[in-house]
Design a protein around this ligand. Structure first.
Ligand code: PRP
Length: 230
């Protein structure tokens, strides 16, 4: 490691969207206040300083957090367990369940439909943004599945005859209901995790371990606060 790298700020990758919102109280308790516009998703800036000169934040798509951390662009990050399951990067270590962003990854199909592929088709068509998870899930049930890889709005696919079922995140279930679908099987329960690049952990062990501990205690403190509010 060069001296410049050793002195450079650590980089924390945060996901846009609902996890970022849920993460606010935890971030607050870490004591690292990111620049104001970091939590404002209309800002076009992507890298932000924090109140600690030794830590910068980058804000990326939730699906890309694991990739930024696995390739060492960021040292540490926050992402859903769904993303970890999908990519399964060996260079990532996930030391902490943040207990936020709870939801599930499930199979859903049109209300009243059955499990079989329609007549004339030998394979069940599955629309999903999680091709690896869906492939593994149906293979484990000896179901011959054809994956239709989409990046969003897969709830449309069954009604438009592109797929028989979908595999997607379900939180309140309102997106499924609004699109005439019903959840038929839960593949996994999901929460957000703190993830760390294994090389960074080896090269900057004190700093990274201290950061993990700050998050650990912030999670505990925000859980206490939530309990007080209940
Ligand atoms: C997720 C998921 C569903 C929706 C489920 O999308 O893909 O569309 O949330 O939530 P619900 O059960 O509460 O309705 P998200 O809003 O994260 O956006 P994305 O599909 O663009 O990632």
């Amino acid at each position: 490691m060069t001296e410049t790298q050793a002195n450079s700020p650590l980089i924390l990758a945060l996901p846009k969207g609902r996890i970022l919102k849920a993460l606010r109280p935890v971030l607050h308790h870490t004591g690292f206040e990111p620049a104001q516009d970091c939590l404002d998703e209309s800002s076009r800036r992507l890298r932000f300083p924090t109140s600690d000169a030794a830590l910068d934040v980058v804000r990326v798509r939730s699906f890309d957090v694991a990739t930024f951390v696995a390739y060492g662009g960021a040292d540490i990050g926050v992402c859903g367990a769904d993303v970890l399951m999908e990519f399964d990067y060996p260079d990532l270590y996930a030391p902490l369940d943040l207990g936020i962003g709870g939801c599930r990854i499930s199979v859903a199909r049109p209300k009243g439909a059955d499990d079989e592929p329609p007549e004339g088709r030998s394979r069940l068509r599955v629309a999903t943004k999680y091709p690896a998870i869906a492939r593994r899930h149906f293979a484990s049930r000896a179901i011959n599945a054809e994956i239709v890889h989409l990046h969003g709005a897969m709830e449309l696919a069954p009604a438009l005859d592109m797929a028989d079922v979908i595999v997607d995140l379900v939180d309140t279930g309102s997106t499924l209901r609004a699109n005439g679908l019903e959840e038929v099987e839960t593949i996994a329960h999901i929460t957000s995790r703190l993830i760390v690049n294994r090389v960074a952990l080896k090269t900057r062990p004190e700093e990274i371990s201290a950061l993990i501990e700050r998050f650990r205690s912030a999670v505990a403190q925000s859980a206490v606060k939530e309990g007080d509010a209940a």
